[in-house]
Design a protein. Structure first.
Length: 621
């Protein structure tokens, strides 16, 4: 995005309205609380101005004690009521608009999109970069969707303030001077009134214009800050406890030295703010707003001196016209900022508008009485977007329900890509994948995915209760959860937990939370796959963090764990593949071998034979 390109005001308003609609769907109370609070906050000064003017007018005029008493009482009562009302509404607005709360809602908006985006898009560098920029802008200065909520309060205040000021000042321009005064012809002339009005309007518009121009210069530095902020985020992530050992052992704290940090435009921006164009524009804006106050005092004083109105009304007009100027200035300033913010909204909507290309399908997955399913890959090839080389090339493979299939190969051979295609996280670039003879694209997307339980290499557990992690939900069958943990080899550790399934994992939210080792985490992830009770169980390096004995114990009872389900295993430890009926070997994105362990291990020219004998010394018999 080129920040130098000027976005038309009309387009900026459209983008902002769309942003407001998103926030309204998330939480209408933000707008209701803000409007109510800002409305009464904006009218309060005018109520005070009105009663003050009436009281002064009565003091210098009739001096009726009863009228004065009533005016003072009404002024006090209205101030009390408005004060109490504003205090309550302020509390409501502060709760609704608390920045941490808004930031969480902002993250939810982005995460909802990520969760419903095609997986291949969510993994793409472009989307990751766009997402990082949006979060950077939101965290650094709340630009984008968050900024709209700040604008809203000022826009409401500005409109209400202008409305109240107009009501109290309209008579200023219509008030006439007695013709026995020497300046009567000049002050009563319509052109003089028009001159005063135009001068006030010009000065009022000029101040926010200069302020907006000063704010727009900030956009020049947003791109420059990108690398520095990302570097800062990387340093922040280094505080994660899992990295502390490496940081200490290898003195990675040295990376924070100034020589390694990206060059910043912060100094240039500071100079710009202190005595450069930014400073000149900002100072000029303030100076002109003060000039306006001087003009108001001069013309109001001139008309009052000429006898157009009394001292009380003079107080009213000075206060109201000054407030009118402030309201107009604030409104125009924030409408100008609205245009500047449009650049960041464009970036946000580019992310939110990322289209889904995967066909969702509509067929229901057949519920066969014989529970027989067949998966077939027919000349399937796949390459990632923006990459010329194929991750998989011309893969053809067939397996049936109840079989045990092992997938082996060196790192980068295409094993995990094969699994993601099977689970339809990706669609093939070429060829097709069939379930019972039907292209999986024709099945309802969500229902098709529900027939798979997958434990990926980079699985994640959450800082919730153990039972909730296994069931992936708040409500669960405790008996089933315990049985799955037992089957996954976590039974002994479960018996040591005082709170059992209610034990919270990690200490993010609970000081009494339990940290689990990498091997224990894998067992919990395996239990989660078993709890889902899907037709296909896929384990992508499920025992990488386990010692060989623990791994052997799990694999030795794998037939009991998976029962009649289809089980697919990816493993670098070939000893774990021996119980599988079929083994397929991938190399450089191609399926190069397929067969049983005995057949493949005796093929001394095959890749499986090579891999097997390279690991022979580590096998558990």
């Amino acid at each position: 995005m080129n920040n130098e390109e000027k976005i038309p005001f009309k387009e900026a308003v459209k983008l902002s309205i769309r942003g407001y609609k998103i926030w309204w769907r998330e939480n209408p109370a933000i707008f209701i609380s803000t409007f109510c609070h800002r409305f009464f906050l904006a009218i309060t000064p005018y109520v005070a101005i009105f009663f003050t003017a009436q009281i002064i007018e009565e003091i210098v005029g009739s001096q009726d004690r009863i009228v004065l008493r009533n005016l003072v009482l009404m002024a006090l009562i209205s101030a009390l009521i408005l004060g109490l009302l504003i205090a309550g509404l302020s509390r409501w607005e502060n709760v609704q608009r608390a920045l941490p709360r808004l930031q969480r809602m902002h993250e939810k908006i982005l995460n909802d999109k990520l969760l419903h985006m095609d997986f291949i898009s969510a993994e793409s560098p472009r989307i990751k970069d766009l997402h990082a920029q949006i979060e950077q802008n939101a965290n650094m200065s709340q630009y984008g969707l968050l900024r709209l909520l700040f604008f809203f309060q000022y826009i409401v205040s500005g409109i209400v303030s202008i409305s109240g000021a107009i009501i109290l000042t309209v008579t200023f321009f219509t008030a006439t001077v007695a013709y026995d005064v020497s300046l009567a012809n000049l002050l009563n002339h319509p052109l003089f009134t028009l001159f005063i009005f135009i001068m006030m309007i010009v000065v009022t518009f000029l101040s926010p214009y200069l302020s907006t121009k000063a704010d727009a210069r900030f956009l020049m530095y947003t791109e420059d800050f990108k690398s520095q902020n990302r570097f800062g985020m990387a340093l922040y992530q280094m505080m994660d406890s899992s990295r502390h050992v490496d940081i200490r052992m290898y003195r990675q704290d040295k990376i924070t030295s100034s020589s390694l940090m990206p060059k910043s435009s912060g100094t240039r921006m500071s100079n710009d703010t202190a005595y450069g164009p930014m400073a000149i524009l900002g100072a000029s804006s303030v100076a002109i707003s003060q000039l306006f106050i001087g003009i108001v005092y001069f013309f109001v004083g001139l008309k009052a001196w000429a006898g157009a109105f009394g001292v009380g009304q003079m107080t009213q007009y000075v206060g109201a016209i000054t407030a009118l100027s402030g309201g107009v200035s604030d409104l125009l300033t924030h409408l100008g900022h609205l245009v500047n913010n449009a650049h960041f909204l464009q970036m946000t909507f580019e992310f939110l508008d990322e289209p889904n290309h995967m066909y969702q399908g509509s067929l229901l997955v057949e519920k066969r009485e014989d529970n027989q399913y067949e998966i077939e890959f027919k000349n399937v090839s796949f390459k990632y977007p923006t990459v010329d080389t194929y991750a998989l090339k011309n893969v053809s493979l067939r397996f049936r329900m109840g079989e045990r299939l092992a997938i082996v190969g060196e790192n980068g051979s295409g094993k995990t890509t094969f699994i993601k295609l099977l689970a339809r996280l990706y669609d093939p670039t070429e060829g097709e994948i069939l379930l019972n003879g039907i292209n999986i694209r024709e099945y309802d997307y969500r229902e098709y995915m529900d027939i798979f339980s997958v434990v990926f290499q980079d699985f994640q557990l959450l800082a919730f209760e153990l039972g909730e992690n296994v069931a992936a939900g708040v409500d669960y069958d405790e008996t089933r959860v315990k049985a799955c943990l037992e089957s996954a080899g976590f039974g002994d550790r479960l018996a040591t937990l005082d709170r059992g399934l209610k034990t919270r994992l990690y200490k993010d939210f609970d000081d009494e939370g339990v940290d689990v080792s990498g091997g224990e985490a894998q067992k919990i992830a395996l239990a989660r796959a078993l709890y889902k009770d899907a037709t296909f169980i896929i384990l992508d390096e499920p025992t990488a963090a386990l010692d060989p004995i623990a791994e052997y114990e799990i694999y030795s009872r794998m037939n009991e764990i998976t029962k009649e389900k289809t089980a697919i295993f990816i493993s670098h430890r070939l000893s774990s593949c021996r119980f599988c009926q079929d083994i397929v070997v991938f190399h450089e994105g191609k399926l190069i071998q397929q067969g049983s362990h005995d057949v493949l291990v005796n093929d001394d020219r095959g890749k499986y034979h090579e891999l097997w004998h390279a690991q022979a010394q580590y096998y558990v018999e």
